[in-house]
Design a protein around this ligand. Structure first.
Ligand SMILES: *Cc1c(COP(=O)(O)O)cnc(C)c1O
Length: 228
């Protein structure tokens, strides 16, 4: 196969942007109110540079040991780095140093670890939408307590809630549940109305349920190389 018929990186980006705009219109919203974070985990810096040339400013990474050198290498380009992966407590402060937004605040110990971080980092509280408590995210019953803790921490600015749709549940149903959690959160912290939801296979459903921040990887970047 020559590959010449396959869409290029720029074409895939445009296709996704068009789908985002269409879903925004379908949900009575404005595409400009939705931030698409391009998740570049396992992808080389050269690919990030291509996306920057195509106008992308928001990048998502999920592993500190990979994200830190990438952010350092591209420092000066004025990009926004979104940390979307599970966060180790002992790495939290370092992650806060280069991250514009941390999407994965899911436990009290992490908030405590970030209390002494310099400046203020925007963040989302990650909610577990499954019944499996080992999965990432705070249990739904514990959301208010965690949100209050974040809101009383000067080094953190709560934007809203984040979740990954669990396997085996229709994403529209999962994201409707997340919207309900979001309403509980804004009852505690009125400004924290953002919703980080939607990946390659379910971002349309997420938009229809109010997502403001999409985390899209492979639909734009193509398949990820094997983790190194
Ligand atoms: C990898 C990842 C994504 C992007 O996944 P795709 O299916 O490639 O779009 C989004 N969110 C999180 C938390 C991820 O780890």
């Amino acid at each position: 196969m020559s590959g010449s018929d396959l869409p290029s990186l720029g074409e895939r980006l445009q296709i996704v942007q068009q789908h985002v705009a269409d879903a925004a219109v379908a949900s009575g919203r404005v595409a400009g109110d939705i931030t698409t974070v391009v998740v570049t985990k396992f992808q080389p810096v050269a690919l990030i540079r291509e996306l920057v040339a195509a106008g992308v400013r928001d990048f998502g990474e999920s592993r500190h040991q990979e994200a830190q050198p990438k952010a350092a290498e591209l420092d000066g380009l004025d990009l926004s780095w979104h940390f979307v992966g599970q966060l180790q407590t002992k790495k939290a402060r370092q992650v806060a140093e280069y991250s514009t937004v941390i999407h994965s605040i899911d436990r009290e110990s992490l908030v405590r670890a970030l209390e002494s971080a310099p400046g203020t980092t925007d963040c989302f509280v990650q909610v577990n939408l499954s019944d499996d408590l080992r999965r990432g995210g705070v249990a739904q019953a514990d959301v208010e307590a965690l949100v209050e803790h974040v809101a009383s921490t000067p080094s953190l600015n709560l934007l809203g809630v984040m979740a990954v749709a669990p396997l085996g549940v229709h994403p529209r149903v999962a994201f409707a549940a997340l919207r309900t959690v979001s309403e509980r959160v804004t009852a505690v912290v009125p400004g924290a109305s953002a919703i980080s939801a939607g990946m390659t296979n379910d971002y349309r459903e997420a938009i229809l349920e109010g997502a403001t921040h999409l985390r899209i990887g492979s639909a734009i970047t193509g398949n990820r190389p094997d983790p190194r």
